[in-house]
Design a binder for this molecule. Structure first.
Ligand SMILES: [Zn+2]
Length: 446
């Protein structure tokens, strides 16, 4: 019988007291159990792993969103078909009624930027476990009542709540900005959660005076939180911004009381790998591969996400041995690639370098996009403040050019041709805001 209080004790004990060795031992036990379950209950996994040695976990093949979606009918362990789940989600989205369960399960759909939709599927119990994990481990500020406004495009199963101590309300980022501001003013939340692009727009509204709320903590998720945006939001709201890192597949990481982002080592097994699928050292960027210990209805095993992140080599001041994510760099297929001078090989250039270089070049830049169209070409789109004369424009261009040339040279890479475009870059909240993009494919992920 599941006992929430016991779970609470365990969740905190593991986080606070476990040594690296305890974590590893626990994870390997969980992996063992999960593998036995998956090959027994999921037709897909039993075929997928045939011929592999199941105890040699780090040599098992990866799955990804494509494989997960294509094989959903065979993969899930409750006998639902992919078609019925998709139909249910489409109907639900039409009616915008996200409350109902489908055959006892919470079924949602995530939108990928490339348009390929993923099914998010959890049982009531799995959703409850994740809810408890968040409620128990998230460093909620000490306040009499949590009133959290959650700005979310699509319904994420199982997180709405209106209780005596905790109230969580959804606000759709698809509404016009004035409507969002109005709704927030009425809700008057003391916790505000949303993707950084929305938080930044809200910071502007706060600064201008139309947004009246004064949250005590802001939670960012869903997109890369750059240091620059973090600073803007923290300054305008005069409170801290912490990050949560979650994908449709797994609840990967939560912040601690010191504001660092810790992997939920006891519910998600995270591997950070290089392009040859070897583990990278802490401090180096790598691809994220997740294995989830909670989800049994749709087992998530060695699922390669389209994200690149770096683990912090330094231990956290809070004392927990759960690994800290130093930075989530964003979608791996958006990472800029430099062509090495000495060979034809391509290498990552982390987006934060590009971002910082553009932002720091002039205070007149209001919005920007950088799109790499080939290893030799980079387009920089800029939205400048009004009334900027041509000389200033030229200065901005040459400063950016210089900055980017330095970055590519430091990476021992050829400096690409840079083309500047001046546009009004309206923020599209419907999509993830991708300031740095790459429009040519490079098959690092497969
Ligand atoms: Zn910590």
């Amino acid at each position: 019988m599941f006992n929430p209080l016991r779970f609470l004790w365990r969740v905190n004990n593991r986080f606070e007291n476990w040594e690296e060795e305890d974590i590893k031992k626990y994870q390997s036990k969980q992996i063992d159990k999960l593998m036995k379950f998956a090959v027994k209950k999921s037709k897909y996994y039993s075929t997928f792993y045939s011929g592999y040695n199941l105890s040699d976990f780090s040599n098992l093949p990866f799955i990804n969103k494509q494989l997960f979606m294509d094989n959903f009918t065979q993969l899930n362990t409750v006998g639902l078909t992919r078609e019925e789940c998709i139909n249910h989600c489409l109907e639900k989205e039409q009616s915008r009624d996200f409350s109902e369960y489908y055959k006892g399960y919470l079924v949602g759909m995530s939108t990928g930027t490339s348009g390929n939709r993923g099914i998010e599927f959890v049982s009531k119990f799995e959703a409850f476990m994740m809810q408890l994990l968040v409620f128990f481990r998230f460093p909620f500020p000490k306040t009499r009542r949590i009133n959290l406004a959650f700005i979310l495009r699509v319904f994420s199963p199982g997180f709405g709540h209106n209780g005596r101590k905790i109230r969580i309300t959804y606000v759709s980022p698809l509404d016009p900005m004035e409507t969002i501001v109005e709704k927030l003013n009425v809700l008057n939340p003391n916790l505000l959660s949303g993707p950084p692009s929305v938080l930044q727009a809200l910071a502007r509204a706060k600064n201008e005076g139309s947004l009246k709320v004064s949250p005590i903590l802001i939670i960012s998720y869903g997109e890369v939180l750059s240091t620059n945006v973090k600073k803007i939001v923290e300054t305008d709201f005069n409170c801290s911004v912490v990050e949560v890192y979650k994908s449709s597949e797994s609840f990967i990481a939560l912040p601690c009381k010191d504001g660092k982002l810790h992997i939920n080592e006891d519910t998600t097994y995270v591997e950070v790998l290089d392009k040859n699928n070897e583990p990278v050292k802490p401090g180096e960027p790598g691809f994220v591969v997740v294995t989830d210990f909670i989800k049994r209805k749709t087992p998530i095993i060695r699922y390669k996400l389209n994200d690149l992140l770096t683990i912090d080599p330094e231990p956290c001041s809070c004392g927990s041995k759960f690994r800290v994510i130093k930075e989530v760099h964003g979608r791996a297929d958006d990472i800029i690639l430099g062509k090495k001078i000495s060979s034809d090989e391509l290498q990552f250039i982390l987006p934060d370098y590009i971002r910082r270089s553009i932002i720091s070049s002039s205070e007149h830049i209001e919005e920007y996009n950088a799109i790499q169209t080939s290893p030799e070409n980079l387009i920089i789109k800029l939205q400048l403040a009004a009334n900027i004369d041509n000389q200033v424009k030229k200065d901005i261009e040459s400063t950016i050019q210089q900055g980017l040339a330095n970055i590519f040279t430091k990476h021992n890479s050829e400096v690409p041709e840079i083309e500047f475009l001046y546009l009004n870059l309206k923020q599209d909240f419907d999509k993830k805001l991708r300031r740095i993009q790459r429009s040519f494919a490079e098959d690092f992920l497969n």
